[in-house]
Design a protein around this ligand. Structure first.
Ligand SMILES: C[S@@+](CC[C@H](N)C(=O)[O-])C[C@H]1O[C@@H](n2cnc3c(N)ncnc32)[C@H](O)[C@@H]1O
Length: 428
């Protein structure tokens, strides 16, 4: 391994310890990758299907490993992530000693402050936390992509009259709700718990945990409660590839789904997520992401504001989640565009029975293009404001890296919209 890739002494010592404890690393070792922190490097050729890491169950950190005297302090509905984060924050040095070498390999809180929008300065769209500097005031502009912030600069946001769940919109508010609820729950049990320590461990769990259900238990209703930390396996970075992870009562097995040459980075898949989600939850986004998408809900509900139209969408299960990729808009978006100009009955017949009465492809495409152009103009205005804020010092030098990341993300959004616009042709 060239010295550039060397993970450093802390990681080498931990790796030795992990292997001595029964972790099996098949042709992979931790290594440093520019821009991605630590990751796993192939030390030999690996074929798709070969296992790369096995972790004995005895080594993984689950809720069940936490002493019941600690767990019993919390209300019954307290989330697993909150209890585990509280334990890692409050347990004694003696209790945490078995995890010491492992914990030293984790990123610092500063890494999270640099990469996760929720911890960014308020001027860049960060939220207000117990330790936020009171002099840090929010900017008039919203620089975060709308799927992350749920707000817009140029677009007058439409109002959804129904409540619906969307996994990939309003991301920072959903994340805020999860961590604030966790914080309230742990404070109810441990009033003097430290925010910085707790939020750090909550984020460690958020960015490094794996799906896990104990052999004698049923899968919980919410899959977020089926979480465990896996030493060594948490070195894998994410890529948009197939995923092959399995567990049983004795071990957790991670296998390669691609062929790798010696020196390649070996990846796992954290789930099929658009880039705005990866940025919000994990603090990075992919340069190349074939299934990246953005959403038009806020723009579409502006044009479908009436209760009657929204009721039609709701009853026919076309309410919200209007996605756009660089290949074009989804079918739900096309259907929503038809409802802008079609009478409700005609629309219903069109959607349910394929009737062409009242349907006009050209009109549909003009409406969709209008929505895409509104988003494009949002991207242009925001990027220009970001450049101005960097030049004027409104975004201080120390945060230019974050602003530049946002400019790169907005450029991707721009490309998605341009692609979708050319896919939505206006033939005569
Ligand atoms: C499970 S950890 C992976 C190990 C981590 N890179 C480290 O240095 O400890 C997940 C974190 O790794 C980083 N990461 C994962 N995949 C990445 C990628 N494709 N590009 C950049 N960073 C990535 C993000 O900071 C993410 O929150």
């Amino acid at each position: 391994m060239s010295s550039d890739w060397s993970p450093g002494e802390v990681h080498e010592t931990f790796t030795e310890w992990a292997l001595a404890q029964g972790v099996i690393a098949n042709k992979v070792r931790p290594a440093r990758f520019p821009g991605r922190g630590l990751g796993m490097i192939a030390t030999e050729k690996i074929e798709a299907g070969e296992f790369v890491v096995k972790i004995p169950t005895t080594l993984i950190l689950t809720r069940e490993k936490i002493p019941s005297s600690f767990r019993s302090q919390f209300r019954e509905d307290t989330r697993v992530q909150a209890i585990m984060a509280a334990y890692l924050t409050c347990a004694s040095a003696e209790e945490l000693a078995p995890y010491d070498l492992w914990r030293k390999t984790w990123p610092t809180r500063q890494c999270f402050e640099d990469s996760l929008p929720m911890l960014w300065p308020r001027s860049l769209g960060g939220l207000t936390w117990p330790d936020t500097d009171p002099n840090d005031s929010p900017s008039k502009m919203n620089y975060l992509p709308p799927c992350i912030s749920g707000t817009w600069n140029q677009v007058k946001q439409g109002r959804a009259l129904k409540q619906y769940e969307s996994d990939h919109q309003n991301l920072v508010k959903q994340q805020e709700k999860r961590i604030r609820t966790a914080w309230e729950d742990v404070k109810a049990a441990i009033p003097d718990i430290d925010w910085k320590g707790f939020s750090y461990h909550w984020l460690i769990l958020n960015t490094r945990s794996f799906y896990w259900v104990a052999p004698d238990q049923e899968a919980p209703e919410d899959r977020n409660d089926a979480m465990a930390l896996l030493p060594f396996a948490d070195y894998f970075n994410h890529s948009d590839i197939e995923c092959d992870v399995k567990f049983d009562e004795s071990q957790y097995t991670l296998s390669a789904t691609e062929n790798y040459e010696s020196g390649d980075e070996v990846y796992m898949n954290y789930g099929s997520h658009p880039n705005d989600f990866l940025l919000t939850e994990y603090g990075f986004f992919l340069d190349k992401h074939d299934s990246d998408c953005i959403y038009l809900d806020d723009i579409i509900f502006r044009d479908l504001a009436s209760p009657e139209k929204q009721e039609e969408l709701w009853l026919n299960q076309y309410y919200g989640d209007y996605s756009v990729t660089s290949d074009g808009v989804c079918y739900r978006t096309e259907v929503a565009a038809c409802l802008v100009y079609m009478e409700e009955e005609q629309w219903r017949n069109h959607v349910l029975e394929g009737s062409e009465e009242g349907f006009d492809e050209k009109k549909t495409n003009i409406i969709i293009q209008g929505w895409l152009k509104a988003y494009l103009s949002e991207a242009e205005v925001t990027v220009s404001a970001l450049h101005t804020a960097m030049k004027s010092g409104a975004v201080p030098e120390a945060h230019h890296g974050k602003a530049e990341a946002l400019i790169r993300r907005w450029a991707q959004i721009h490309r998605v919209l341009e692609g979708a616009l050319s896919a939505t042709s206006l033939s005569d």
